[in-house]
Design a protein around this ligand. Structure first.
Ligand SMILES: Nc1ncnc2c1ncn2[C@@H]1O[C@H](COP(=O)(O)OP(=O)(O)OP(=O)(O)O)[C@@H](O)[C@H]1O
Length: 729
């Protein structure tokens, strides 16, 4: 290290150090350029003796300096071409400076020389060390060579071992491959066999399932067809028989009446004719009598002519006799007429009797009709679901949703709704197609009359002694109130039909009493919509159940006897007024509460002694929109929560009814609505749900939710309904 440093410094010195002669030669410039010539040489370090520099630098430097310095002071031009004069440099002082620098330099050289000696010593030490190290290195090299040979030997061994191992591995791998191949072949064989076995089993299974399904289906179809045919046949026969019987009886009756009337008419005419003849005869008789009298008078005067007139008299007497015979004949003809009248009377009595028999037969047939009607209703299922899509409102400029009616030309049971657009992870836009199927789907062009036609059979059932519940489900603005309570909605039409039917049944001995009440379930409270408006939300109405009679009673509720179809309009108006008083906006209250129109129908047949009690519940449910979607707060939040609760309870009850075994718990008590409808939902009742649908794209999500809820209800099967008919003791 030290050696290296000294070498570097000596190199630098050789580069920087110039001999004073050379220096002075370089300064041998024209005398008028003193600046360059006067630059003193720089002594950075002493030159190394090993590099061929003069061993006595100090003497050579002083020599050159003494040669170059001239003490005289002269004036020079600044440059060769300049005429500016400058004074000659002060060589004395410069010489002194250089002398002192030289001294310093000489000192440094001495130091360096002593340093060099120290370094030389160190170099010698290092050389010794190097030779020592060299001997160690030689030893190590010998060791290394030995180890290398050992290592080579080991490597040779390792290579042979590796080769042996590789050989072994290869052999093992071949073996493993063989085994694997064998195993794979065996597995594949087994798998093939297993697949074949499975396919065979599956085929057998499928065939068996197909066969049994087909058998079952054909059996079911056969049974249904048979039943349907029987039913159709029965109905057809019944209709034909009734029509035939009716027309026969009517014909007979008409004929009899006609015969009787024509006979009576003939008899009357005959009687008149006979009367006229008798009158005529009587008139002739009186004429003859007068004649006779005159003749008798004349006889006296014509005594003489008596003999002449005797012949005349005999002739007259003969004529008189003839006349009498004629009168007798006429009188005997009158008797025949009386006899035929009596005969006619008897036949008329017979006709009346057979008409009474026909009426009796009709009554029996009416009972049979009811039975068949309810059999048909039961076959259709005790809970039915109809879907109605309202038309797009003229005022709305909202985009319509994509709703299709695939079988509108045939069954009208399906509705397909295109779901909202969804973006996949890859960024593609997709839409789902949601298809729903119900007992009947009414499109936007359907009218209330058409809808009512489908439910009129259920209304008939209420008259026949069943509990019927028809409710409308759907979001706000989907058309529930329009369907239920508009002037030509289901409520007025149902009442009209019931009234017309009750009047028709009067001839068959039935007398009905109809009592209507109208209540509202608002925030889990029952309000009387026919009571005073100021009592709304204040008066507490309670629901009581008569478990023995299976009847629901609402305490203090207003009940109106519907003695004519017009009364229902009054009721609806009153209810609507009460609701609009309670709400700030007219439509607000109806959207936020459930309204229940209850019609109790009690019928008594004075001829057969039968009694029937049925209830028709027409329910307009509150808007079904979800809590998150409505973003309700405060009072509204409470309303929405209670609506959602009661609607979900309704779903739970229907679900429980569908899945429950006999006597299982049905959670009617979980909400006021289901508790109120306890005897009109399930076992002894017939239920119809309308799911109302808005056609707007903005309501699409709610529409799909409503249709899904309705599908659940539609898939529920509720047990057979029972008629509440009692016979007189
Ligand atoms: N089938 C239809 N034909 C014509 N207009 C209809 C039909 N259905 C509903 N509408 C109209 O749509 C609007 C909303 O209907 P409606 O008030 O019956 O809805 P809703 O579901 O009962 O609402 P809410 O829950 O607020 O009571 C009304 O203006 C109604 O006249």
């Amino acid at each position: 290290m030290v050696e290296h440093l000294s070498l570097a410094s000596s190199t630098r010195s050789s580069r920087e150090f110039k001999s004073p002669e050379k220096e002075l030669q370089g300064q041998r410039t024209p005398s008028h350029i003193p600046v360059l010539a006067a630059t003193p040489p720089r002594f950075m370090a002493a030159p190394s003796p090993g590099l061929g520099v003069s061993p006595s630098p100090r003497s050579s430097i002083s020599r050159s300096l003494s040669r170059s310095v001239s003490p005289s002071k002269q004036s020079f031009f600044l440059t060769k071409d300049s005429n500016v004069r400058t004074e000659q440099w002060d060589y004395e002082s410069r010489f002194q400076t250089i002398e002192s620098q030289f001294q310093n330099m000489a000192k440094k050289v001495d130091n360096t020389i002593s340093e060099k000696e120290g370094l030389q010593e160190s170099i010698n030490q290092f050389k010794n060390k190097i030779s020592e190290l060299e001997s160690i290195r030689l030893q190590l090299t010998t060791n290394n060579t030995r180890l290398q040979s050992e290592l080579d030997e080991c490597r040779g061994k390792f290579t042979s071992a590796s080769l042996a191992l590789e050989e072994c591995r290869r052999a093992h791998s071949f073996e493993a491959d063989d085994l694997r191949r064998k195993h794979r072949n065996t597995t594949e064989d087994l798998r093939d066999e297993h697949r074949r076995e499975l396919e065979k089993m599956k085929k057998e299974n499928d065939n068996a399932a197909d066969k049994s399904r087909k058998d079952f289906e054909t059996e079911v179809e056969k049974l249904i067809k048979l039943h349907q045919n029987e039913l159709d046949e029965l109905q057809r026969k019944l209709k034909v028989e009734v029509a035939e019987e009716k027309s026969k009886r009517a014909q007979e009756f008409d004929e009899l009446q006609k015969q009787w009337a024509s006979k009576l008419h003939g008899v009357d005419i005959d009687l008149d004719a006979k009367e006229r003849e008798a009158q005529k005869v009587r008139g002739e008789l009186s004429i003859i009598t007068t004649d006779l009298e005159r003749e008798r008078l004349i006889k006296g005067s014509l005594q003489e002519k008596l003999s002449e007139a005797a012949g005349n008299n005999i002739a007259l007497e003969t004529a008189n006799r003839e006349m009498k015979a004629k009168i007798d004949f006429l009188e005997s003809d009158n008797q025949a007429q009386s006899n035929s009248f009596a005969e006619l009377h008897r036949r008329m009595q017979e006709a009346i009797e057979s008409a009474a028999q026909a009426n009796e037969k009709l009554r029996v047939e009416e009972t049979l009709r009811r039975k068949l009607h309810n059999q048909v209703q039961e076959l259709k299922g005790n809970i039915r679901v109809f879907c109605r899509v309202r038309p797009t409102l003229a005022s709305s400029e909202i985009e319509p949703a994509n709703i299709a009616y695939p079988d509108c030309e045939t069954d009208s049971k399906e509705v397909a709704v295109r779901g909202p657009e969804q973006r996949t992870a890859l960024g593609n836009v997709t839409t789902s197609n949601n298809s729903f199927s119900f007992d009947r789907v009414f499109g936007p062009t359907s009218q209330n009359a058409e809808v009512f036609e489908e439910i009129s059979q259920l209304v008939q059932s209420a008259l026949d002694g069943y509990n019927v519940c028809i409710f409308c489900y759907g979001q706000t603005g989907s058309g529930k109130t329009y369907t239920m309570s508009s002037p030509d909605g289901m409520i007025p039409r149902a009442v009209q039909q019931i009234y017309a039917e009750a009047t028709r049944l009067e001839e068959k001995g039935w007398k009905y009493r109809m009592d209507g009440s109208f209540v509202e379930v608002y925030n889990e409270n029952i309000n009387d919509l026919l009571g005073k408006s100021e009592d709304l939300d204040k008066k507490k109405l309670e629901i009581r159940h008569d478990t023995a009679k299976k009847q629901t009673i609402i305490t203090d509720v207003t009940t109106v006897e519907l003695d004519g179809p017009d009364r229902v309009d009054e009721m609806l108006k009153r209810a609507s007024n009460n609701r609009s008083v309670a709400a700030t906006k007219a439509n607000e209250r109806s959207s936020r509460s459930h309204s229940v129109f209850i019609l109790k129908l009690v019928g008594v047949n004075s001829i057969t002694g039968e009694r029937s009690e049925g209830t028709l519940n027409l329910v307009d449910l509150a808007g079904s929109e979800r809590l998150a979607h409505s973003q309700a707060q405060g009072e509204r939040l409470k309303e929405t929560q209670s609506i959602n609760k009661s609607l979900s309870c309704l779903g739970d009850v229907i679900n429980a009814l569908g899945s429950a075994k006999e006597n299982a718990h049905i959670p009617y008590r979980n909400s006021k609505l289901t508790y109120l409808l306890q005897y009109s939902l399930g076992g002894n009742s017939k239920t119809l749900m309308f799911v109302m649908v808005s056609p707007d794209q903005a309501h699409l999500q709610e529409t799909i939710t409503s249709l899904k809820f309705a599908t659940k209800v539609h898939n529920t099967h509720i047990g057979t309904a029972k008629k509440q008919t009692k016979t007189k003791d």
